[in-house]
Ligand binder design. Sequence first.
Ligand SMILES: Nc1nc2c(ncn2[C@@H]2O[C@H](COP(=O)(O)OP(=O)(O)O)[C@@H](O)[C@H]2O)c(=O)[nH]1
Ligand SMILES: [Mg+2]
Length: 309
Amino acid sequence: MVFSRFRKGLTRTRNRISNAMRRLGGDTSAADTIEALEEVLYTADVGPLATELLEEAEGQLKKGNLAKAGEMPTWLRGRLLDVCKGPEGEPLPMEAIDGPCVVLVVGVNGSGKTTSIAKLIHWLRGQNKSVLVAACDTFRAAAVEQLSIWCERTGVEVIKGQQGADPAAIAHDAAAAAKARNVDVLLVDTAGRLHTQKNLMAELEKVSRVIGRQIDGAPHHTVLVLDATTGQNAVQQARQFGETVPLTGVFLTKLDGTAKGGATLSIGHQLGLPVLFVGLGEGMDDIEVFEPEEFLDAILEPRSAEAEA
Ligand SMILES: Nc1nc2c(ncn2[C@@H]2O[C@H](COP(=O)(O)OP(=O)(O)O)[C@@H](O)[C@H]2O)c(=O)[nH]1
Ligand SMILES: [Mg+2]
């Protein structure tokens, strides 16, 4: 069940804030309530949003709103939901386009790009979409191999070149092949890079441009893969990547390995970028479409009857 998968993946975040959440719902003084709220927000790493919400809560308490025990958690959930909903993301794959939907996958080293591509293949195949993959991370030999193994397992073809080959050339061939075969989706894996690596950033721009020359309007999605365990740093990365290639959304990985799941909330809020998918483990089926309501239930609602791992 989707619901329990979110809960399982977000156990760490939920456990870290559960005591403070209980205090928040208790019948305590305004000062204690604010302290509990502060702990919830900072522990979950919601970023600058914390200050904003704390001020708002203080104002509400002073006015005598939120006076009854139990009102504060409901208020918090409502406010976080507003934030979390963020901008609407264009669904993937896009049905309205003529020809293959091209998804360029970018991010820093180790953020989980290749694994997330495997997950996307699995998810798309589950919807009976035909998929082709471009191995444009030609930087490390192991990268092409890693991607090829996933493609073999999922039964999709991968367009690849030699180690050190020009990623733009592979992108070109892959886009041509995707068009010729009329596949539903072309997923493009890229090498990890930092915003400070000017050549690599220029290379990314070129990959994107070359694809656009082959297929009208492509890439239709440029998805930034962010490692949730980096918390607020992820927000910085998103800003910097967005300056080179226009981003359409985020794939947030490793939510299962962090207590900083709250950072997810800041991404939409601070960047105006939708979180499209989340990664909740290393397997190819550890992928979920981001659902704000389920996400909030999973971090905010401890269940005493539930055996938490
Ligand atoms: N726990 C967990 N590990 C992940 C997730 N996504 C990726 N990883 C791991 O992160 C590491 C780097 O992933 P990889 O896809 O090679 O990153 P890339 O360099 O961006 O392509 C690997 O060990 C993956 O198994 C996730 O959602 N949860
Ligand atoms: Mg990779």
